[in-house]
Design a protein around this ligand. Sequence first.
Ligand SMILES: [Zn+2]
Ligand SMILES: [Zn+2]
Length: 448
Amino acid sequence: MTISKSDLKNKVIQEIEKSKDKIIGFAKDIAENAETGYREVKTAEKVKKIFSDLNLNFTDGHAITGVKSSPIAGKSSGPTIAVIGELDGLIVKDHPLADKKTDAVHACGHNCQLGSMIGVGLGLINSKANELLNGNVVLFAVPAEETIENEFRINLIDEGKLGFISGKQELIRLGSFDDIDAAMLSHATSKQSDGDLAVGGTSLGHLVKYVEFFGLASHAAGAPQDGINALKAANIAMMAMDSQRESFEDKDKVRVHGILTAGGTSVNSIPSIAKLEWRIRGRTIDVVNKINIKIDRSIKAGAMAMGAKVRIRSIAGNLPMLQNKHMNNIYLNNAENIVGKNNVVLHPDDQSGGSTDMGDLSQILPIIHPRSGGAEGTGHGNNYFIKDYEKSVITPAKAMATTIIDLLWPDDMQINEVINNHKPNYSISEYIALQNKRMGNDFNDYTS
Ligand SMILES: [Zn+2]
Ligand SMILES: [Zn+2]
Protein backbone atom coordinates (compact mmCIF):
# COMPACT_ATOMS: atom_id res chain seq x y z
CA MET A 1 0.00 0.00 0.00
CA THR A 2 1.34 3.41 -0.88
CA ILE A 3 0.52 6.56 0.97
CA SER A 4 0.87 10.14 -0.24
CA LYS A 5 3.10 12.62 1.55
CA SER A 6 0.12 14.74 2.62
CA ASP A 7 -1.73 11.67 3.97
CA LEU A 8 1.35 10.73 5.94
CA LYS A 9 1.54 14.25 7.37
CA ASN A 10 -2.11 13.99 8.44
CA LYS A 11 -1.43 10.64 10.08
CA VAL A 12 1.44 12.08 12.11
CA ILE A 13 -0.66 15.11 13.11
CA GLN A 14 -3.43 12.75 14.28
CA GLU A 15 -0.98 10.71 16.37
CA ILE A 16 0.35 13.85 18.05
CA GLU A 17 -3.23 15.00 18.65
CA LYS A 18 -4.17 11.61 20.15
CA SER A 19 -1.29 11.78 22.65
CA LYS A 20 -1.50 15.46 23.45
CA ASP A 21 -2.45 14.95 27.11
CA LYS A 22 0.65 12.80 27.65
CA ILE A 23 2.90 15.31 25.85
CA ILE A 24 1.49 18.32 27.71
CA GLY A 25 1.63 16.40 31.00
CA PHE A 26 5.34 15.83 30.40
CA ALA A 27 5.95 19.54 29.64
CA LYS A 28 4.09 20.56 32.80
CA ASP A 29 5.99 18.07 34.92
CA ILE A 30 9.29 19.56 33.66
CA ALA A 31 8.01 23.05 34.59
CA GLU A 32 7.25 21.89 38.12
CA ASN A 33 10.83 20.68 38.58
CA ALA A 34 12.85 23.51 37.04
CA GLU A 35 16.64 23.35 37.26
CA THR A 36 19.34 25.65 35.91
CA GLY A 37 22.08 24.88 33.38
CA TYR A 38 24.40 21.89 34.02
CA ARG A 39 22.30 21.05 37.10
CA GLU A 40 19.34 19.58 35.15
CA VAL A 41 19.63 16.17 36.79
CA LYS A 42 15.95 15.48 37.58
CA THR A 43 14.93 16.93 34.22
CA ALA A 44 17.36 14.65 32.37
CA GLU A 45 15.94 11.65 34.30
CA LYS A 46 12.43 12.56 33.16
CA VAL A 47 13.64 12.76 29.54
CA LYS A 48 15.30 9.33 29.85
CA LYS A 49 12.10 7.87 31.30
CA ILE A 50 9.96 9.13 28.42
CA PHE A 51 12.56 7.98 25.84
CA SER A 52 12.29 4.51 27.40
CA ASP A 53 8.47 4.70 27.20
CA LEU A 54 8.91 5.35 23.46
CA ASN A 55 11.27 2.35 23.23
CA LEU A 56 14.08 4.69 22.31
CA ASN A 57 17.62 3.95 23.42
CA PHE A 58 19.73 6.91 24.43
CA THR A 59 23.13 8.08 25.54
CA ASP A 60 23.43 10.47 28.47
CA GLY A 61 25.99 12.73 30.08
CA HIS A 62 26.42 14.85 26.95
CA ALA A 63 27.97 18.08 28.31
CA ILE A 64 27.18 16.86 31.85
CA THR A 65 23.37 16.50 31.64
CA GLY A 66 22.44 16.18 27.93
CA VAL A 67 20.43 13.15 26.75
CA LYS A 68 20.51 12.07 23.11
CA SER A 69 18.15 9.45 21.70
CA SER A 70 19.31 6.76 19.35
CA PRO A 71 18.18 7.48 15.78
CA ILE A 72 14.52 7.02 14.92
CA ALA A 73 15.56 5.24 11.76
CA GLY A 74 14.08 5.64 8.31
CA LYS A 75 13.51 2.90 5.73
CA SER A 76 16.97 3.56 4.34
CA SER A 77 19.99 5.41 5.56
CA GLY A 78 20.21 9.10 4.90
CA PRO A 79 20.91 12.37 6.66
CA THR A 80 20.15 12.78 10.37
CA ILE A 81 18.00 15.62 11.64
CA ALA A 82 18.11 16.57 15.34
CA VAL A 83 15.04 17.89 17.11
CA ILE A 84 16.36 19.79 20.10
CA GLY A 85 14.81 20.63 23.45
CA GLU A 86 16.63 22.69 26.07
CA LEU A 87 16.67 21.31 29.61
CA ASP A 88 17.38 24.45 31.62
CA GLY A 89 15.31 26.98 33.48
CA LEU A 90 16.17 30.45 34.75
CA ILE A 91 16.47 32.07 38.17
CA VAL A 92 13.67 34.56 38.79
CA LYS A 93 13.42 35.00 42.55
CA ASP A 94 9.95 36.53 42.73
CA HIS A 95 8.27 34.25 40.17
CA PRO A 96 5.30 32.50 41.83
CA LEU A 97 6.39 29.13 40.39
CA ALA A 98 10.08 29.48 41.36
CA ASP A 99 11.59 26.52 43.21
CA LYS A 100 11.58 27.32 46.95
CA LYS A 101 15.25 26.41 47.43
CA THR A 102 16.93 27.35 44.15
CA ASP A 103 14.59 30.01 42.66
CA ALA A 104 14.79 28.08 39.38
CA VAL A 105 11.78 28.49 37.11
CA HIS A 106 10.92 27.90 33.46
CA ALA A 107 10.43 31.61 32.71
CA CYS A 108 11.71 31.11 29.15
CA GLY A 109 9.43 28.16 28.38
CA HIS A 110 12.15 25.58 27.70
CA ASN A 111 9.88 22.93 29.21
CA CYS A 112 7.66 23.45 26.14
CA GLN A 113 10.59 22.69 23.84
CA LEU A 114 11.10 19.34 25.55
CA GLY A 115 7.37 18.65 25.15
CA SER A 116 7.47 19.49 21.43
CA MET A 117 10.59 17.37 20.95
CA ILE A 118 8.77 14.38 22.49
CA GLY A 119 5.69 15.22 20.40
CA VAL A 120 7.71 14.95 17.20
CA GLY A 121 9.26 11.61 18.23
CA LEU A 122 5.97 10.18 19.39
CA GLY A 123 4.16 11.30 16.22
CA LEU A 124 6.75 9.76 13.91
CA ILE A 125 7.05 6.51 15.90
CA ASN A 126 3.36 5.86 16.61
CA SER A 127 2.35 6.59 13.00
CA LYS A 128 5.35 4.56 11.73
CA ALA A 129 6.01 7.52 9.42
CA ASN A 130 9.74 7.14 10.02
CA GLU A 131 9.62 3.76 8.26
CA LEU A 132 8.76 5.56 5.00
CA LEU A 133 11.50 8.21 5.19
CA ASN A 134 15.07 8.24 3.92
CA GLY A 135 17.05 9.36 6.92
CA ASN A 136 17.03 9.52 10.70
CA VAL A 137 15.63 11.71 13.41
CA VAL A 138 17.42 12.17 16.73
CA LEU A 139 15.79 13.74 19.79
CA PHE A 140 18.37 15.71 21.71
CA ALA A 141 17.72 17.22 25.16
CA VAL A 142 20.55 19.69 25.70
CA PRO A 143 21.77 21.59 28.77
CA ALA A 144 22.48 25.18 29.71
CA GLU A 145 21.17 27.47 26.97
CA GLU A 146 20.77 30.41 29.34
CA THR A 147 24.17 31.97 30.04
CA ILE A 148 23.71 32.43 33.79
CA GLU A 149 25.45 31.44 37.05
CA ASN A 150 28.72 32.26 35.36
CA GLU A 151 30.93 31.92 38.44
CA PHE A 152 29.72 28.32 38.84
CA ARG A 153 30.37 27.57 35.16
CA ILE A 154 33.79 29.28 35.11
CA ASN A 155 34.75 27.09 38.06
CA LEU A 156 33.69 24.05 35.99
CA ILE A 157 35.91 25.33 33.16
CA ASP A 158 38.83 25.84 35.57
CA GLU A 159 38.30 22.32 36.95
CA GLY A 160 38.42 20.93 33.40
CA LYS A 161 34.81 19.71 33.55
CA LEU A 162 33.68 22.12 30.82
CA GLY A 163 35.42 23.71 27.83
CA PHE A 164 32.78 26.26 26.85
CA ILE A 165 30.12 28.02 28.87
CA SER A 166 26.86 27.15 27.10
CA GLY A 167 25.40 23.76 26.37
CA LYS A 168 25.44 23.63 22.57
CA GLN A 169 28.91 25.19 22.44
CA GLU A 170 30.18 22.43 24.67
CA LEU A 171 28.29 19.74 22.74
CA ILE A 172 29.87 20.96 19.50
CA ARG A 173 33.30 20.86 21.18
CA LEU A 174 32.72 17.32 22.46
CA GLY A 175 31.55 15.99 19.09
CA SER A 176 27.91 15.35 20.07
CA PHE A 177 26.76 17.06 16.87
CA ASP A 178 29.27 15.31 14.60
CA ASP A 179 26.62 12.85 13.34
CA ILE A 180 23.90 15.51 12.89
CA ASP A 181 23.27 17.07 9.46
CA ALA A 182 20.56 19.61 10.33
CA ALA A 183 18.70 20.68 13.45
CA MET A 184 15.53 22.38 14.62
CA LEU A 185 14.22 23.77 17.90
CA SER A 186 10.91 25.49 18.55
CA HIS A 187 10.91 28.14 21.30
CA ALA A 188 7.82 29.38 23.17
CA THR A 189 7.04 33.09 22.86
CA SER A 190 4.75 35.48 24.73
CA LYS A 191 4.94 38.21 22.08
CA GLN A 192 1.58 38.86 20.42
CA SER A 193 3.52 39.96 17.33
CA ASP A 194 4.75 36.36 16.87
CA GLY A 195 1.23 35.03 16.17
CA ASP A 196 0.65 31.30 16.75
CA LEU A 197 3.83 30.27 14.96
CA ALA A 198 6.71 32.55 13.96
CA VAL A 199 9.50 31.81 11.51
CA GLY A 200 12.84 33.54 10.81
CA GLY A 201 14.78 36.24 12.62
CA THR A 202 18.26 36.39 14.02
CA SER A 203 19.93 36.83 17.40
CA LEU A 204 22.92 38.77 18.70
CA GLY A 205 26.42 37.50 19.37
CA HIS A 206 27.84 37.97 22.84
CA LEU A 207 30.80 37.86 25.18
CA VAL A 208 30.61 36.98 28.87
CA LYS A 209 32.62 39.09 31.32
CA TYR A 210 33.40 37.91 34.84
CA VAL A 211 35.25 40.55 36.86
CA GLU A 212 36.77 40.34 40.35
CA PHE A 213 38.03 43.49 42.06
CA PHE A 214 40.42 42.84 44.93
CA GLY A 215 40.92 45.58 47.55
CA LEU A 216 41.93 45.54 51.18
CA ALA A 217 39.64 45.26 54.20
CA SER A 218 39.94 47.65 57.11
CA HIS A 219 37.64 49.20 59.74
CA ALA A 220 35.11 51.21 57.74
CA ALA A 221 34.94 53.97 60.36
CA GLY A 222 38.04 53.53 62.50
CA ALA A 223 40.62 53.17 59.71
CA PRO A 224 39.11 53.59 56.22
CA GLN A 225 42.41 55.15 55.10
CA ASP A 226 44.08 51.75 55.55
CA GLY A 227 41.68 49.96 53.20
CA ILE A 228 41.23 49.68 49.44
CA ASN A 229 37.55 49.72 48.58
CA ALA A 230 36.76 47.08 45.95
CA LEU A 231 33.09 48.09 45.82
CA LYS A 232 34.04 51.67 44.90
CA ALA A 233 36.31 50.31 42.16
CA ALA A 234 33.33 48.33 40.81
CA ASN A 235 31.10 51.42 41.04
CA ILE A 236 33.53 53.51 39.00
CA ALA A 237 33.83 50.67 36.46
CA MET A 238 30.04 50.44 36.13
CA MET A 239 29.78 54.22 35.63
CA ALA A 240 32.60 54.17 33.07
CA MET A 241 30.90 51.32 31.17
CA ASP A 242 27.62 53.28 31.12
CA SER A 243 29.47 56.35 29.87
CA GLN A 244 30.48 54.45 26.74
CA ARG A 245 26.87 54.18 25.56
CA GLU A 246 26.80 57.46 23.61
CA SER A 247 29.49 56.02 21.33
CA PHE A 248 27.48 52.90 20.38
CA GLU A 249 26.16 52.93 16.82
CA ASP A 250 22.49 51.99 16.30
CA LYS A 251 23.35 49.70 13.38
CA ASP A 252 25.59 47.59 15.65
CA LYS A 253 22.67 46.68 17.97
CA VAL A 254 24.87 46.82 21.05
CA ARG A 255 23.60 45.75 24.44
CA VAL A 256 25.81 46.06 27.52
CA HIS A 257 24.31 44.90 30.79
CA GLY A 258 25.25 43.16 33.98
CA ILE A 259 24.88 42.52 37.68
CA LEU A 260 26.98 43.08 40.80
CA THR A 261 27.25 39.64 42.38
CA ALA A 262 29.45 40.56 45.37
CA GLY A 263 30.04 43.94 47.00
CA GLY A 264 31.19 43.39 50.54
CA THR A 265 30.28 41.25 53.51
CA SER A 266 29.89 43.52 56.55
CA VAL A 267 28.98 47.15 56.65
CA ASN A 268 31.69 48.06 59.15
CA SER A 269 34.48 46.69 56.98
CA ILE A 270 35.82 48.22 53.74
CA PRO A 271 34.80 45.71 51.02
CA SER A 272 37.84 43.79 49.87
CA ILE A 273 36.11 41.90 47.06
CA ALA A 274 33.54 43.00 44.48
CA LYS A 275 32.40 40.93 41.54
CA LEU A 276 30.58 41.71 38.31
CA GLU A 277 28.93 39.40 35.81
CA TRP A 278 28.58 41.41 32.63
CA ARG A 279 27.48 40.81 29.06
CA ILE A 280 28.41 42.51 25.78
CA ARG A 281 26.11 41.83 22.84
CA GLY A 282 26.21 42.99 19.26
CA ARG A 283 25.18 42.25 15.68
CA THR A 284 28.49 40.54 14.88
CA ILE A 285 31.47 39.20 16.80
CA ASP A 286 33.57 42.06 15.34
CA VAL A 287 31.16 44.54 16.94
CA VAL A 288 31.39 42.69 20.26
CA ASN A 289 35.21 42.76 20.05
CA LYS A 290 35.17 46.51 19.33
CA ILE A 291 32.94 47.24 22.36
CA ASN A 292 34.96 44.86 24.53
CA ILE A 293 38.01 47.16 24.25
CA LYS A 294 35.96 50.01 25.78
CA ILE A 295 34.55 47.75 28.49
CA ASP A 296 37.99 46.44 29.47
CA ARG A 297 39.26 50.01 29.65
CA SER A 298 36.30 50.99 31.86
CA ILE A 299 36.85 48.06 34.23
CA LYS A 300 40.54 48.80 34.57
CA ALA A 301 39.72 52.49 35.20
CA GLY A 302 37.76 51.50 38.30
CA ALA A 303 40.62 49.45 39.70
CA MET A 304 43.19 52.07 38.76
CA ALA A 305 41.26 54.89 40.42
CA MET A 306 41.08 53.03 43.72
CA GLY A 307 44.52 51.42 43.56
CA ALA A 308 42.94 47.96 43.54
CA LYS A 309 43.65 44.74 41.66
CA VAL A 310 41.30 43.38 39.04
CA ARG A 311 40.96 40.10 37.20
CA ILE A 312 38.92 40.27 33.99
CA ARG A 313 37.77 36.94 32.62
CA SER A 314 36.36 37.01 29.08
CA ILE A 315 34.43 33.88 28.16
CA ALA A 316 33.39 33.14 24.57
CA GLY A 317 29.63 33.64 24.37
CA ASN A 318 27.10 32.87 21.68
CA LEU A 319 27.53 33.60 17.99
CA PRO A 320 24.76 35.36 16.02
CA MET A 321 22.05 33.05 14.65
CA LEU A 322 21.61 32.44 10.93
CA GLN A 323 18.56 30.36 10.05
CA ASN A 324 18.47 28.19 6.95
CA LYS A 325 16.11 29.81 4.44
CA HIS A 326 15.11 26.62 2.66
CA MET A 327 14.19 24.87 5.92
CA ASN A 328 12.40 28.00 7.11
CA ASN A 329 10.27 28.00 3.94
CA ILE A 330 9.33 24.37 4.41
CA TYR A 331 8.41 25.03 8.05
CA LEU A 332 6.45 28.15 7.06
CA ASN A 333 4.40 26.15 4.58
CA ASN A 334 3.57 23.48 7.16
CA ALA A 335 2.85 26.10 9.82
CA GLU A 336 0.35 27.79 7.51
CA ASN A 337 -1.37 24.47 6.85
CA ILE A 338 -1.67 23.80 10.58
CA VAL A 339 -2.75 27.16 12.01
CA GLY A 340 -3.76 29.14 8.90
CA LYS A 341 -1.83 31.77 6.98
CA ASN A 342 -3.07 34.65 9.14
CA ASN A 343 -1.65 33.11 12.30
CA VAL A 344 1.91 32.66 11.04
CA VAL A 345 4.47 35.46 11.16
CA LEU A 346 7.63 35.60 9.04
CA HIS A 347 10.32 37.77 10.64
CA PRO A 348 12.99 39.54 8.61
CA ASP A 349 16.65 38.67 9.10
CA ASP A 350 17.52 42.00 10.71
CA GLN A 351 15.41 41.39 13.79
CA SER A 352 17.55 41.68 16.89
CA GLY A 353 16.93 40.60 20.46
CA GLY A 354 18.66 38.26 22.83
CA SER A 355 21.25 35.63 22.11
CA THR A 356 21.15 31.85 21.97
CA ASP A 357 23.62 29.03 21.50
CA MET A 358 21.45 27.88 18.58
CA GLY A 359 23.45 30.75 17.02
CA ASP A 360 26.64 28.77 17.55
CA LEU A 361 25.08 25.67 16.01
CA SER A 362 23.78 27.75 13.08
CA GLN A 363 27.35 28.72 12.19
CA ILE A 364 28.24 25.09 11.47
CA LEU A 365 24.92 23.40 10.50
CA PRO A 366 21.64 24.30 8.75
CA ILE A 367 19.17 25.01 11.55
CA ILE A 368 15.80 26.62 12.18
CA HIS A 369 14.55 28.21 15.39
CA PRO A 370 10.82 28.89 14.99
CA ARG A 371 8.63 30.20 17.82
CA SER A 372 5.25 29.14 19.12
CA GLY A 373 2.62 31.26 20.90
CA GLY A 374 0.67 30.34 24.00
CA ALA A 375 2.80 32.10 26.63
CA GLU A 376 1.89 35.32 28.44
CA GLY A 377 3.86 37.94 30.35
CA THR A 378 7.48 38.91 29.76
CA GLY A 379 10.14 36.35 28.87
CA HIS A 380 12.55 36.01 31.85
CA GLY A 381 10.04 37.98 33.96
CA ASN A 382 8.05 37.10 37.08
CA ASN A 383 4.79 37.22 35.10
CA TYR A 384 5.79 34.71 32.40
CA PHE A 385 3.43 31.75 32.24
CA ILE A 386 2.37 29.21 29.65
CA LYS A 387 -1.30 29.99 29.20
CA ASP A 388 -2.10 27.62 26.34
CA TYR A 389 0.02 24.45 26.28
CA GLU A 390 -1.64 23.27 23.12
CA LYS A 391 -0.31 26.31 21.27
CA SER A 392 3.09 26.25 22.97
CA VAL A 393 3.80 22.53 22.70
CA ILE A 394 1.43 20.60 20.42
CA THR A 395 1.19 23.01 17.47
CA PRO A 396 4.98 23.34 17.00
CA ALA A 397 5.38 19.54 17.36
CA LYS A 398 3.02 19.11 14.41
CA ALA A 399 4.81 21.78 12.37
CA MET A 400 8.26 20.27 13.03
CA ALA A 401 7.15 16.68 12.38
CA THR A 402 5.57 17.60 9.04
CA THR A 403 8.67 19.63 8.12
CA ILE A 404 10.77 16.51 8.75
CA ILE A 405 8.50 14.53 6.41
CA ASP A 406 9.14 17.11 3.67
CA LEU A 407 12.87 17.01 4.31
CA LEU A 408 13.21 13.20 4.29
CA TRP A 409 10.41 12.18 1.86
CA PRO A 410 12.06 9.74 -0.59
CA ASP A 411 10.64 11.29 -3.78
CA ASP A 412 12.18 14.72 -3.27
CA MET A 413 14.58 14.47 -0.30
CA GLN A 414 14.72 18.23 0.22
CA ILE A 415 17.26 17.68 2.98
CA ASN A 416 19.88 16.92 0.32
CA GLU A 417 19.25 20.26 -1.34
CA VAL A 418 19.42 21.98 2.06
CA ILE A 419 22.75 20.34 2.89
CA ASN A 420 24.29 20.80 -0.56
CA ASN A 421 23.42 24.50 -0.73
CA HIS A 422 24.36 25.27 2.86
CA LYS A 423 27.64 27.11 3.28
CA PRO A 424 28.59 26.98 6.97
CA ASN A 425 30.68 29.88 8.23
CA TYR A 426 32.95 27.51 10.16
CA SER A 427 33.95 23.88 10.26
CA ILE A 428 33.72 22.37 13.74
CA SER A 429 37.48 22.73 14.27
CA GLU A 430 37.43 26.34 13.05
CA TYR A 431 34.53 27.06 15.42
CA ILE A 432 36.43 25.63 18.38
CA ALA A 433 39.55 27.63 17.45
CA LEU A 434 37.51 30.84 17.14
CA GLN A 435 35.87 30.37 20.54
CA ASN A 436 39.16 29.49 22.23
CA LYS A 437 40.63 32.71 20.83
CA ARG A 438 37.82 34.72 22.46
CA MET A 439 38.74 33.50 25.95
CA GLY A 440 40.73 35.93 28.10
CA ASN A 441 42.16 36.07 31.62
CA ASP A 442 43.72 39.45 32.34
CA PHE A 443 45.07 40.38 35.79
CA ASN A 444 46.00 43.99 36.60
CA ASP A 445 47.57 45.25 39.80
CA TYR A 446 47.22 48.99 40.54
CA THR A 447 48.16 48.80 44.23
CA SER A 448 51.54 50.42 43.87
ZN1 LIG B 1 15.76 32.71 27.78
ZN1 LIG C 1 14.94 30.46 25.92
